[in-house]
Design a protein around this ligand. Structure first.
Ligand code: RUQ
Ligand code: CUA
Length: 664
């Protein structure tokens, strides 16, 4: 009997899985009304109303768009090298990509989260997660640059991250893959998952003043897959909610084996309680290795430190930190409404959306309304925590955002639509097709206490016929809806960089006034800075040559360098002397097997170049900076190894020929 039921269940979920590919909405062609263009139109020279920070998925970067125009404003390099900006190529930025596995030039960034104060977006920082080699990055919204990256031990596939608490006390990170803890032998049979694999969630503290991150503590949980998370807010501040799937603890063919159970879990974490245990010394210090990288706008360079210890709390021993709430079926999104009372779980394979009540959950815990435990963690009875279910909302629910007016908007991957429903009566109010197979969505402030619900953006997984064909791969598509009225109205499609997952948006007023226009050259503390042309120099130390040079419209100083020998390692430390907005200079040299440098006004950046053979090597400015940009160039003369051509450098003058000849 039991085995028949399992087979039937497997067959059911398999057929669901087969239909888990997208279907095309019916009224595809004519969904745009005539007034749509004017709603998305931002006149030339006018600013957009919102910044939209969009994760780049497998591009590893984060892109900034203006809304409602959908104009791409900037790609911020985070976890992947970016030869356009020299990120990960300049000596100053390389340490940012250091990890306990060494230099890692790529990652997969899935979610962005803006910092908050009192549950409202404050416009200071945006965080991003690295999914593959688990890390969290903090981007400074004064410079739109990655300021800090911290690696996460005991983790693999950092997916339920980087969600934050309402005063940015913590950024969390839950492991997607459970794995044996880093200090245990990982060389165990894969099918010992149940015994040896653990799921770790990390709480990264964020310093109030400067945003500096630190792993405050980790919680060791049962081995399952953590997927997404959101913090409680208001009354539920102090709690965090994580969706988990694979409570079957399968280690192979998860598409079938992790879809067996009718319900998986949302894990509720009482992090205030965890803090108490931490203070009481209940944490275990664990030897681990992880990198912590910070970028300084004073030295214009990064430092990487390898840390060796974390404090781990055990959820099984410390009974009242973690609770499981059953949630149908392989939940993905886990979203908390602006009041903090309603927790929405989106089961990818579920035909309904469960909405849980925070108050009921607290009461259930007080009453011990449990349906047993799972690996030592109490499982709250489904009905005891449930507020209600949205019936027949669509197929394949993934993510929910809120408008602050009592409505929720959920994306449906399989039925390719966004569905608006009322949180109180759980009735569906409106549905709008997406083109196609929507994943995440974003309403400005939509996961905060104060949404600014003028627009909704859907980030779609499949583009197909929406744009001109560009070969087998098409840009992913974002779609903008006006949600100021009762009905959602599609007003714009725009392509994105990489694959967008979560994104956040915020009123431009919170950010634009703080934007740094240039770095003050007087405050530049890079050890290789030249603060004027008079202090430039070329110094040989063995086969290392340091060139401290400057650039300003429209020349480099020095621009003639002789006496470099084949085999020399040359470090070009280029300082941009400009003190004006939007005047970067670039630096590229023939044969360099790295990227370029793109040096902001007042900044110093270093390109390492190996002079591999004798010859003449031109270098030039890559960024059109003035009418005489094309004149902004220079030469390096490389002589054979062992040559005694003297080291000479100059700008605007020539040495007598005799001085530059090899000595007999
Ligand atoms: S994911 S489409 Cu956040 Cu990586 Cu849901
Ligand atoms: Cu400097 Cu072009």
């Amino acid at each position: 009997m039991k085995s028949i039921r399992i087979i039937a269940a497997a067959a059911f979920s398999f057929s669901l899985l087969m239909s888990f590919n997208s279907c095309k909405p019916k009224n595809a062609g004519n969904a745009v009304n005539a007034d749509a263009a004017s709603k998305a139109y931002v006149a030339p020279g006018k600013y957009d109303e919102f910044y939209n920070f969009v994760s780049g998925g497998f591009s590893g970067q984060l892109a900034t768009y203006g809304l409602p125009s959908g104009r791409l404003l900037r790609v911020i390099p985070v976890f992947s090298v970016d030869p356009e900006k020299g990120w990960g190529y300049s000596e100053e930025t390389k340490p940012m990509l250091n990890t306990s596995h060494g230099f890692v030039p790529w990652d997969d960034l899935h979610h962005t989260e803006l910092s908050q104060t009192n549950g409202e977006i404050d416009g200071r920082w945006v965080f991003g997660n690295a999914n593959n080699t688990p890390r969290v990055a903090r981007i400074d919204l004064k410079t739109f640059r990655t300021a800090e990256i911290i690696e996460l031990p005991n983790s693999a596939g950092n997916h339920s991250s980087p969600f934050i608490t309402e005063n940015t006390e913590y950024v969390v990170a839950g492991t997607r893959f459970s794995v044996p803890p880093d200090d245990k032998n990982g060389d165990v049979p894969i099918n010992t998952y149940k015994q040896n694999f653990k799921g770790t969630i990390s709480f990264i503290s964020v310093a109030k003043e400067d945003g500096k991150m630190d792993i405050a503590f980790q919680i060791q949980c049962p081995g399952v897959n953590f997927d997404l998370s959101h913090a409680g807010k208001g009354k539920s501040h102090g709690w965090f909610f994580f969706s988990c799937y694979n409570t079957e603890q399968a280690n192979t063919l998860l598409e079938v084996n992790a879809s067996q159970k009718d319900k998986d879990f949302i894990m509720a974490v009482n992090w205030k309680k965890a803090e108490e245990y931490l203070k009481a010394g209940k944490g275990r210090k664990q030897a681990v290795k992880y990198a912590h990288n910070t970028y300084s706008d004073k030295t214009h360079s990064a430092t990487s430190e390898i840390k060796t210890e974390v404090t781990v709390l055990d959820a099984k021993e410390l009974k009242d930190i973690c609770y499981f709430i059953p949630c149908p079926k392989s939940p993905h999104g886990c979203d908390v409404d602006p009041t903090g009372e309603y927790i929405v779980g989106s089961g990818k394979l579920a035909a309904l959306i469960p909405v849980f009540s925070f108050d009921k959950m607290i009461k259930a815990i007080a009453d011990k309304a449990y349906a047993g435990d799972y690996d030592g963690i109490p499982v709250i009875k489904y009905e005891a925590a449930l507020y209600g279910e949205v019936q027949k909302p669509g197929l394949g629910p993934l993510h929910t955002e809120f408008d602050g007016k009592g409505n929720a908007y959920t994306t449906f991957f399989v039925s390719s639509e966004v569905v608006k429903w009322n949180i109180k009566d759980l009735k569906v109010l409106d549905r709008a097709p997406t083109y196609y197979s929507v994943g995440h969505l974003c309403i400005p402030g939509g996961d905060s206490k104060k949404p600014n619900a003028k627009y909704l953006i859907a980030y779609n997984k499949i583009t197909k016929d929406r744009y001109l064909p560009t070969g087998p791969e098409l840009a992913q598509s974002a779609q903008l809806y006006d949600i100021s009225g009762d009905k959602m109205q599609l007003i714009l499609d725009f392509p994105t960089i990489g694959e967008p997952h979560y994104a956040q948006a915020v009123s431009a007023d919170l950010i634009k006034g703080n934007s740094v226009k240039f770095f003050k050259i007087d405050e530049n503390q890079n050890p290789y800075v030249s603060k004027g042309e008079g202090t430039t120099k070329v110094v040989r130390t063995g086969n290392r040559v340091d060139v401290n040079m400057t650039c300003i419209r429209s020349h480099f100083s020095p621009d003639n360098i002789e006496g470099i020998k084949a085999g020399d390692e040359v470090y070009f430390h280029v300082t941009n002397l400009e003190q004006d907005w939007d005047v970067p200079h670039g630096f590229a040299i023939k044969g360099a097997n790295t990227g370029e440098l793109l040096i902001m006004p007042g900044e110093t950046q270093t390109l390492k170049w190996t002079a591999e053979k004798a010859g003449m090597f031109p270098f030039y400015c890559t960024d059109f900076c003035s009418a005489l940009h094309q004149e902004m160039q220079g030469y390096i003369r490389v002589s054979p190894a062992g040559s005694n051509v003297p080291l000479l450098f100059s700008t605007g003058k020539n040495y007598p020929v005799a001085d530059t000849a090899a000595k007999k």
